[in-house]
Design a protein around this ligand. Structure first.
Ligand SMILES: [Mn+2]
Length: 270
């Protein structure tokens, strides 16, 4: 069974495109997705930029959802993408979930965006639970067309099901906002930076209290060849393997050399 989720909410167009592409692929007579069951478990409303947020101070409520002209079952959850994945893997699905696909997100998730993205976090949660996962985002916020991104996701899902992924590894995909025939190809990439110009708009609410509202935009900077940021800029579909291990392995020997064991323990004079 393949679970689809997102952070734009269960009624988002990107998730509908993903569902339609996967439903079509599962109904083909042959192919890697042939005969696979699909389930959509997604937040009941938009949770973009919720990161790896997990709900545990309040309960989660779920509602069955049916989609027009579709036999794919849906479940709307009063939580985040991480909640959806954890709940589906642990509780909801009577069959083992073989793959989680999150998206298609409205807007790219490149470089350090992955720390904020609920879409990528849904895939990260799957990897934590030992389920192969793909996050898919479209490099456009305005009048997005998710068709090509959803089709590529279904193709990549077939490859992942056939080949598997190493433990603790997920794939983060960003698709340029253009018809498939205009794309320059597919690039396997590493994470770039994707710096943002953060701006807080400062205003007064109707009760006279000051509030701040984050806005801003991604900086239009060139980045190193081989990064996800530059690949998308070059009209390539970017596929980045991401590992759960955030350890700065290169820095380990130097940190060892700091001799932190000398801190003095109970006799420390700090
Ligand atoms: Mn989103």
């Amino acid at each position: 069974m393949i679970m689809l989720t997102n952070d734009d909410g269960i009624n988002a167009d990107g998730l509908a495109a993903l569902r339609e592409a996967f439903a079509a692929a599962t109904k083909t007579a042959q192919g890697p997705l042939s005969g696979q069951k699909i389930v959509v478990v997604a937040p009941d409303s938009e949770r973009s930029a919720c990161g790896h947020s997990l709900t545990w101070l309040v309960p989660l409520h779920v509602d069955d959802v049916s989609f027009p002209h579709s036999d794919v079952p849906g479940v709307a959850v009063t939580g985040t993408p991480v909640d959806c994945v954890k709940l589906a893997v642990r509780m909801l699905s009577p069959r083992k979930i073989d793959l989680v696909v999150a998206g298609v997100n409205r807007g790219p998730n490149l470089g350090t965006d992955i720390f904020y993205s609920g879409t990528v976090s849904g895939a990260i949660e799957a990897a934590i639970l030992g389920v192969p996962a793909i996050a898919v985002s479209l490099g456009a916020l305005e009048s997005p067309d998710y068709t090509a991104a959803a089709r590529f996701a279904a193709y990549l899902a077939g490859e992942v099901l056939a080949r598997g992924l190493p433990a603790g590894t997920l794939l983060n995909v960003n698709v340029p906002a253009m018809p498939a025939e205009e794309m320059a190809g597919v690039a396997v990439t590493r994470l770039g930076v994707h710096r943002w110009e953060d701006t807080y708009v400062k205003r007064q609410d109707p009760r006279g209290r000051t509030y701040y509202w984050l806005t801003g935009h991604a900086l239009d900077e060139r980045e190193a060849p081989g990064t996800d940021v530059q690949a998308l800029r070059d009209n390539l579909i970017s596929v980045t393997p991401i590992h759960l291990d955030l350890t700065a392995h290169d820095f380990l020997p130097q940190l060892e050399s700091w001799g932190l064991s000398d801190w003095g323990g109970a006799h420390a004079k700090v």
